[in-house]
Design a protein around this ligand. Structure first.
Ligand code: ADP
Ligand code: MG
Length: 233
């Protein structure tokens, strides 16, 4: 059974129809990479899954339950973590305060940040008192991922986590995604444009073109021909 399913989802921005009958099956334990050129609807789809944008039709289920009418906060409570594109941390708050923001949605109302987050990102522990806005881009991305993990999600959704980040941190982020998946059993759905990163990190892929799914499969099926047809600019 799928952990997350998206069935025939349509979405419009006003009169502009953006997602067309999109279907996705995210199997438990998988690492699915959502790909596609700029403006194809990847972020829009993730926002629909998170409840940050309304759909016009279709169904979204998580662990077999329809979540289509739940608020974004309630979807997060069910165990869906979200790292938005552009990181979106609070620049005026400290690292610790940014992490605590994520605790708001916890079921058990725990007030402490799980120590595993500092094992994954030792840099965050060193910088707990720094303001988010003073961190480097890569450190802000690590903070954004850490904030999503405070909820100990079973599904982690990341929107272009390596965008605009220096190569050594890109590699570290790849390591963290693989560790979370393999050691903590977290299922991953990510948007990624960098092909080597996608091939290293993902187990499955799915390509959106003008708001429609045009290709999917296990990552070994992401051949150069598929890349040429759907991803090259
Ligand atoms: N808030 C918005 N209002 C109107 N159109 C939007 C909005 N956000 C995105 N779009 C449009 O929807 C399409 C898909 O955008 P997006 O989901 O951000 O693409 P991607 O993440 O694949 O680059 C684009 O044509 C974009 O211009
Ligand atoms: Mg996007």
């Amino acid at each position: 059974m799928s952990l997350l399913t998206v069935r025939s989802v349509n979405q419009s921005y006003g009169g502009s129809h953006t997602l067309w009958d999109v279907n996705i099956d995210v199997t438990p334990g998988s690492r699915t990479c959502l790909m596609g050129r700029n403006g194809m609807g990847k972020t829009t789809l993730l926002k629909c899954i998170m409840g940050l944008l309304p759909t016009t039709s279709g169904a979204i289920t998580f662990r077999g339950s329809d979540i289509g009418n739940l608020s974004a906060e309630n979807r997060a409570r069910l165990g869906i973590g979200y790292v938005p594109q552009g990181r979106d941390i609070f620049p005026q708050l400290t690292v610790e305060e940014n992490l605590r923001v994520g605790l708001g949605a916890r079921k058990d109302r725990s007030r402490s940040v799980p120590p595993q987050i500092f094992e994954l990102f030792p840099v965050l522990k060193k910088m707990l008192g720094r303001r988010g806005g003073d961190l480097s881009g890569g450190q802000q991305q690590q903070l954004a991922i850490g904030r999503a993990l405070v909820l100990q999600p079973s599904l982690l959704i990341l929107d272009e986590p390596t965008e605009g980040i220096q190569p050594n941190i890109v590699h570290e982020i790849g390591d963290v995604i693989l560790r979370l998946n393999k050691e903590a059993g977290v299922t991953v759905l990510l948007v990624e444009q960098k092909l080597p990163f996608a091939r290293r990190v993902a187990s499955e892929f799915l390509i959106l073109e003008k708001g429609r799914c045009v290709a999917d499969g296990t990552i070994d099926k992401l051949t150069d021909a598929v890349v040429r047809d759907h991803l090259s600019v």
